[in-house]
Design a protein around this ligand. Structure first.
Ligand SMILES: C[S@@+](CC[C@H](N)C(=O)[O-])C[C@H]1O[C@@H](n2cnc3c(N)ncnc32)[C@H](O)[C@@H]1O
Length: 215
């Protein structure tokens, strides 16, 4: 479910860390402040954490360095290979945001960076519903992803991409499932979480959703 991008990520795996470091002008602004943004997610993550879409393991690494227990879930085999080398302390499983192994342990947080937008609105709701059951009381979801404040804001950013000749970025913004803040709020509030947002760069937002008591 929602893993139609896996071939693309298998191919991207070997050069992914160069992209997030700014080697691709089209995506430089998307990943601007990448390390610091991941640091923030790692700080907020509670242990043990499940991370979805671990990619090459950069966020897992930062959590491990903070003595947090991390279980990773990642659909791309090539990404998993790199992440396992970078993070030998973490168990990294094949799976996705919705279909993943039953880990049979109390999970304190669910984290992810630059990946939740691969799910449609309905899939995001299904995932968040599932996480509500999985998380311990006061457990927290900490996500980092591209969001837009409004349709107008999204159009402006898309137009800028077009004017700069960034057509891959333009198409991504058109085709992938980036949500508006108010829709993302609805997904969490309707499924038993209090959510807050903090803008990180032109594209990325830190999303923190705390499980409501007795919800
Ligand atoms: C842009 S990368 C982000 C990697 C890493 N989290 C980071 O911040 O650098 C997106 C990752 O999400 C994974 N992915 C794609 N679809 C997914 C899904 N439905 N469930 C979980 N992960 C998914 C991709 O394989 C890829 O590793």
């Amino acid at each position: 479910m929602g893993v139609e991008f896996v071939d693309l990520f298998d191919k991207w795996a070997s050069s992914y860390d160069d992209t997030v470091a700014g080697s691709d002008p089209e995506y430089k602004e998307v990943f601007e402040g990448y390390d610091e943004m991941l640091d923030r997610v790692a700080e907020h993550a509670l242990s043990p954490a499940i991370e979805f879409g671990v990619g090459t393991g950069n966020l897992s690494r930062k959590m491990i360095e903070r003595n947090k227990i991390v279980i990773g879930v990642e659909p791309s085999r090539e990404m998993r290979k790199i992440a396992s080398v970078k993070c030998p302390e973490a168990a990294i499983y094949e799976g996705d945001f919705i279909d993943f192994p039953d880990f049979q342990l109390p999970v304190q947080s669910i984290v992810s960076s630059f990946a939740f937008h691969h799910l449609t609105f309905d899939e995001k709701e299904e995932a968040v519903k599932k996480y509500h059951q999985l998380l311990a009381e006061n457990g927290e979801i900490v996500f980092l992803d591209t969001l837009f404040q409004s349709e107008t804001a999204k159009k402006e950013i898309q137009n800028e991409a077009k004017q700069q000749g960034f057509l891959n970025l333009f198409n991504d913004l058109e085709e992938e499932h980036y949500e508006y803040l108010q829709d993302m709020t609805r997904i969490f509030e309707n499924n038993g979480f209090n959510v807050s947002f903090e803008q990180q760069n032109k594209f990325a937002w830190l999303i923190r959703a705390v499980k409501k008591e007795n919800a």
